[in-house]
Write a protein that binds this ligand. Structure first.
Ligand SMILES: [Zn+2]
Ligand SMILES: [Zn+2]
Length: 125
C-alpha cells in the first residue's frame, strides 16, 4: 500500500535497489532535497543526493551504514553536509508494480512542468 502522504506529493523519482535488482519509485515534494530512502521490500537504505555544481544526483554518500553527516561529490569533489534529521524520516521506495499507474498519471497531470528526468541524472531546474 502507498502511504497517503506519499500519494499527495508533487513529484516522484525512479531509483534502483541493488538488493531487489529492480527499479522502484519514491515520492517527493522538493526535488532539490537530499533524500534518505528505505526500500519497502528489502529494507535497504539508499541516499539520493544532489551536487548543484555538477547538476547531478545519485547515491553518493559513502559508508551509508555509519550514517555520516557529510558526503563528497565523486565528480567534482565538492563536500556537502547533511542535516541532523537527514536519517530520521526515510522516504519509502516502492517497487514499481506496487505503484498504480493512476497515481503516476495524476502527478504528471498536476505537476507536469516540474517533473525531473529519470534517475535524477538530469537537471532539476
Ligand atoms: Zn530493495
Ligand atoms: Zn559535483
Amino acid at each position: 500500500m502507498i502511504k497517503s502522504e506519499d500519494m499527495n506529493k508533487k513529484n516522484y523519482m525512479y531509483l534502483y535497489c541493488v538488493n531487489c535488482e529492480e527499479e522502484g519509485i519514491y515520492f517527493i515534494d522538493d526535488m532539490e532535497q537530499d533524500c534518505f530512502i528505505k526500500c519497502n521490500n528489502c529494507s535497504k537504505e539508499i541516499a539520493d543526493v544532489w551536487c548543484e555544481d555538477c547538476g547531478m544526483g545519485g547515491p553518493f554518500v559513502e559508508n551509508l551504514e555509519n550514517k555520516p553527516h557529510s558526503w563528497k561529490c565523486p565528480d567534482c569533489n565538492r563536500g556537502y553536509s547533511l542535516s541532523d534529521d537527514f536519517y530520521s524520516n526515510p522516504f519509502t521506495l516502492y517497487r514499481g508494480n506496487q505503484v498504480p499507474k493512476e497515481i503516476i498519471e495524476s502527478i504528471d497531470k498536476r505537476f507536469k512542468k516540474k517533473k525531473k528526468g529519470l534517475f535524477g541524472l538530469l537537471k532539476r531546474k
